[in-house]
Design a protein around this ligand. Structure first.
Ligand code: ADP
Ligand code: MG
Length: 316
């Protein structure tokens, strides 16, 4: 059994009347890339700020590396690398100086620090920009600098709060691959996002948050196993008589049909050959149809089934 790196127990955080975290608990083991997935306002950043003792809370307990986390737990904080949601770098310093500055908060030895800074520059791919001021960097490169500042001291626990928002696809991929690389090298990672695809791509375990509560937790396969939906079949079709739709709705494993005049969506719970059975009904009725595709459930379907609203609908 791997040691526990982070333990959050029954955390309650209020901002006045608003309950931002409502008895939120979490346990993260060494070696995980743990995803906190939830729409904007669900409480991800509040969780991170409480975890780092940057924010006081109303109730609950937090342990990091098996020790209680307090505002003065500097020995714990030294082992943590944080990449905040809002980029925090110094405008007057160059890329290299910024990384050196943040690394210097943890590593006093000059030679050792120099090696760490160069490693971090290479790691995020900023070799060509070391003398640039942050203002001259694109959004994606600025994010990479932010990450380099957070990881240069080689922390055991790395926390990234929505590091890919407003980032171009190239930097985004580089960031996601970088996180996996850091994890392979031994770091435990906490990754927050409202992008389900990213969380699905890199996280070993995921907690889905909504309105300050944890609504589900598990690996992506476990999460998908919790819901009824196991396949959605979509068919572009311009004419669909009610009796034909009825027939499809009564096929085995079908629990929901949706038709908007151009596309029929059929949601199925389990079972194979759903697509074949549905198409057979259409062929028997001699109806023409266009593109046909079948999709496996996403984390959005998990969110949708549990909360009744789509994760995608949240404001970007
Ligand atoms: P997320 O990071 O998932 O987008 P947050 O943790 O930032 O969510 O916010 C959770 C809830 O707490 C939201 O409803 C937000 O409006 C509220 N909130 C966050 N920070 C403050 C604050 N400093 N004062 C009052 N309300 C806040
Ligand atoms: Mg946030």
């Amino acid at each position: 059994m791997k040691p526990t790196v982070v333990k959050i127990d029954n955390l309650v955080k209020r901002y006045g009347e608003l309950v931002a975290l409502d008895h939120f608990s979490l346990e993260i083991k060494e070696g995980e890339i743990f995803g906190l997935l939830g729409p904007n306002g669900s409480g991800k950043t509040t969780t991170i700020n409480c975890l780092l003792s940057l924010l006081s809370f109303d109730k609950g307990e937090i342990e990091v590396f098996g020790r209680e986390m307090t505002p003065t737990s500097y020995d714990i904080k030294r082992e943590i690398g944080v990449i905040m949601q809002n980029v925090a770098v110094l405008d007057e310093l160059s890329v290299r100086e910024n990384i050196d500055y943040f690394c210097g908060l943890y590593i006093a030895d000059k030679e050792k620090r120099k090696a760490c800074v160069e490693d971090a520059i290479k790691f995020v791919g900023l070799e060509d920009f070391v003398n640039f001021r942050p203002k001259k960097l694109s959004g994606g490169l600025l994010r990479r600098l932010n990450i380099a500042c957070g990881i240069a001291h080689k922390p055991k626990l790395i926390i990234l709060d929505e590091p890919t928002v407003a980032v171009d696809p190239q930097s985004r991929n580089r960031i996601l691959e970088g996180i996996q690389e850091l994890n392979r090298e031994g770091a435990t990672v906490i990754y927050t996002s409202h992008y389900m695809e990213e969380v699905e791509q890199i996280c070993t375990r995921i907690a889905i948050m909504d309105k300050g509560r944890k609504i589900a937790e598990g690996t992506k396969d476990e999460l998908k196993g919790m819901i009824r939906n196991s396949e959605s079949v979509s068919i572009e079709i311009l004419e669909l008589p009610d009796d034909v739709r009825e027939k499809i709705a009564h096929l085995p494993h079908v629990y929901e049909t949706e038709y908007d005049g151009t596309k029929l969506t059929v949601r199925c719970s389990g079972g194979r050959h759903n697509l074949i059975r549905i198409l057979a009904v259409l062929q028997e009725a001699e109806l023409g149809f266009g593109r046909v595709y079948s999709e496996l459930p996403t984390l959005n379907d998990v969110f949708l089934e549990i909360t009744g609203t789509a994760l995608r609908d949240s404001k970007e």
